[in-house]
Design a protein around this ligand. Structure first.
Ligand code: SRM
Ligand code: SF4
Length: 571
């Protein structure tokens, strides 16, 4: 059994790094201040992740810079911690300012409901981080072997249950936040105070933090917008007949990442293990995380996520271990019903009568595009006019939340004026791509830059087959590598990058995000993908049953077998 008490030399290099980092300080302060290079050392690079930033370089300039004997064009990707995904218009304006001043002039909304900045130079990183903190936001634990941004069904203003669920996302995030002052010292200029014993520095994490990244999601049915089964821990809100919140079903063991050609790595859906009251949620999350802290694999990082701990020991063992720490058992899970894992878009009213507008933002990229879609300027104009909140969704979209009846016309006029929703068919609105090139160091194929044009082709294919992409929200997701950042393994049609221009094609996820897709074709180019889908769209148009989704059809028609087990096999 792997556990935290094993000698360091038996563990992965990252374990030693964490232990020797003096609670995530390492040489980071000196290296960030060093003007000689735009980069930092490998060890510091690992440590910056815990503080919410990644060192990257522009992959398209790599060979040219090598030819010119220059170091790579280094910059930082910076990720904000934003549990539940809500900002005030003032905070939005600050993010917009920082994106223009220190980053590449864009903002990126992520699949975990927050902002990413790309292209922040080392010489600007402290000012950038201070800017984020100036509006009461931070980047602590947005990356690294810790509990990451806690996500929740979008828009707390929708109902009392959404509000409470959002608050719980904040409470979990606060409880599981690392306690080290390293971030404040290195990036915000706080003076170091002499440290106490380990347990005071990091009572939950200790010196070794977690074996790997750790993710929590809270869903409010009937939407499964957060893809609750894709996370280490999930909470599914359960309401009584009166619509009031009764508690949450608890899931464990979801995760998407895998490595091509390594069947010991696989996407997995979480198992529902029980039910708890709202005021038990934070404790349950903590105890599950502590079981993973003590029993997760610290020797092999590819086997270090909670999903493997669950499969190695069994769901029952895991629940028992968690309940022992909790001091009581979970109650049996309650019935729930999901209808979609996509966002609610357009105008809708919340329980309190105010209006909300779900706005599609293609692949979460907030920028002004040459085709008349001025997304960044338009959202800035909306933030300047809007009195409510701006909520980010886990499908990389936003909700202009809490619009008074009298303000609706003005907001709608801005949406129209800036072309914010041009050409957003139902198919496009249900699509999602990860970042990939040029910033992601792990990308094998294009994703964000390619999906928009690829969706044009899918729309044509659908029309040829007699399907209407304006009204058919088939969930299409693309990633540039098998890590699964846009959760492609639960899409109805998933593309996973293999090499430039080549993808593995997955089929058979369902529209509620509760079934894994199956690998259908491997390493195929665009022409082959389109030929495969052309044939399937024609069959679907001819043979589908009333209201049958594409993902349901391909399973019923035995195009792909249904993946029934939580675990996904590659055969
Ligand atoms: Fe991710 C690594 C982008 C959500 C699984 N992810 C990365 C890195 C940081 C690449 C790296 O390690 O160098 C990417 C940065 C690209 C860039 O240039 O911005 C990256 N991941 C993203 C984002 C921005 C995708 C997006 O288009 O929105 C998402 C940021 C979320 C956030 O705000 O925190 C993002 N990543 C996800 C998700 C989806 C989710 O969490 O719901 C997953 C799958 C779920 C899961 O974790 O199992 C995901 N990212 C990974 C993995 C594989 C983890 C694994 O268990 O194998 C990696 C690679 C790794 O950790 O080694 C990775
Ligand atoms: Fe990068 Fe792969 Fe994640 Fe896409 S899925 S952002 S290519 S790590």
């Amino acid at each position: 059994m792997n556990d935290i008490s094993r000698p360091l030399e038996e563990l992965s290099a990252n374990e030693r790094l964490k232990v020797e980092s003096d609670y995530l300080r390492g040489d980071l302060d000196a290296e960030i201040s060093d003007p000689v290079t735009g980069g930092i050392s490998e060890g510091s690079l690992q440590l910056t992740k815990f503080h919410g930033m990644y060192l990257q370089d522009d992959r398209e300039l790599r060979s040219e810079r090598r030819r010119q004997k220059l170091e790579p064009l280094y910059s930082f990707m910076v990720r904000v911690r934003l549990p539940g995904g809500v900002v005030t218009p003032g905070q939005w304006l600050k993010m917009d300012d920082l994106g223009r001043t220190y980053a590449n002039g864009t903002l990126r909304l992520t699949t975990r409901q927050t902002f990413q900045f790309h292209g922040v130079l080392k010489r600007d990183i402290r000012e950038h981080i201070r800017g984020i903190n100036a509006v009461a936001l931070d980047t602590i634990a947005a990356c690294g072997d810790v509990n990451r941004n806690v996500i929740a069904s979008a828009n707390p203003r929708r109902s009392a249950v959404h509000r409470r669920t959002y608050e719980l996302a904040h409470e979990i995030s606060a409880r599981l936040l690392p306690r080290t002052r390293a971030y404040h010292e290195i990036f915000l200029g706080e003076e170091r105070v002499a440290g106490g014993p380990d347990e005071e520095c990091e009572p939950l994490y200790g010196r070794q933090y977690l074996p790997r990244k750790f993710k929590i999601a809270l869903a409010v049915p009937p939407e499964n917008d957060v893809d609750v089964f894709a996370h280490d821990i999930g909470f599914i809100a359960i309401t009584g007949d009166d619509g009031a919140l009764a508690g949450y079903n608890v899931t464990i063991g979801g995760g998407m990442g895998m490595t091509h050609g390594e069947p010991a790595t696989y996407p997995r859906l979480g198992d529902v293990i029980g039910f708890c009251a709202p005021d038990q949620v934070v404790d349950v999350a903590e105890k599950i995380m502590l079981v993973q802290r003590d029993h997760g694999d610290r020797a092999d990082r590819k086997h270090a996520r909670l999903k493997y701990t669950v499969d190695d020991h069994g769901v029952d063992w895991f629940r028992g271990e968690m309940e022992r720490r909790l001091g009581h058992e979970l109650k049996p899970p309650r019935a729930y019903h999901f209808e979609a894992n996509t966002d609610r878009l357009g105008w809708y009213q919340g329980d309190e009568g105010d209006w909300h507008y779900g706005l599609f933002v293609q692949n979460g990229r907030v920028a002004d595009f040459g085709d008349g879609r001025r997304i960044m300027s338009g959202l800035r104009a909306i933030a300047e006019a809007h009195q409510g909140d701006i909520a980010i969704t886990t499908n990389q979209n936003i909700v202009i939340a809490g619009v008074a009846e009298a303000e609706r016309e003005r907001i709608q006029a801005l949406i129209d004026e800036y072309g914010l929703e041009r050409d957003a068919s139902a198919l496009r609105a249900a699509s999602m791509a990860c970042v990939a090139f040029p910033t992601c160091g792990l990308a094998m194929a294009e994703s964000e830059r390619y999906l928009p044009a690829f969706v044009d082709r899918l729309e044509d294919l659908m029309r040829d087959a007699g399907l209407d992409p304006e009204y058919e929200p088939i969930v299409v997701r693309m990633t540039g590598c098998p890590n699964g950042c846009a959760r492609p393994y639960i899409a109805e049609i998933g593309f996973v990058g293999k090499a430039l221009g080549r993808y593995n094609l997955y089929l058979g996820g369902n529209p509620t995000g509760s079934r894994l897709a199956k690998l259908y074709r491997e390493n195929i180019d665009e022409a082959t993908i389109l030929a495969e889908l052309r044939a399937l769209f024609h069959r679907y148009a001819a043979e589908r049953e009333a209201d049958e989704a594409f993902g349901e059809f391909v399973v019923r028609a035995e195009v792909v077998p249904e993946v029934t087990a939580g675990r996904h096999f590659h055969d």
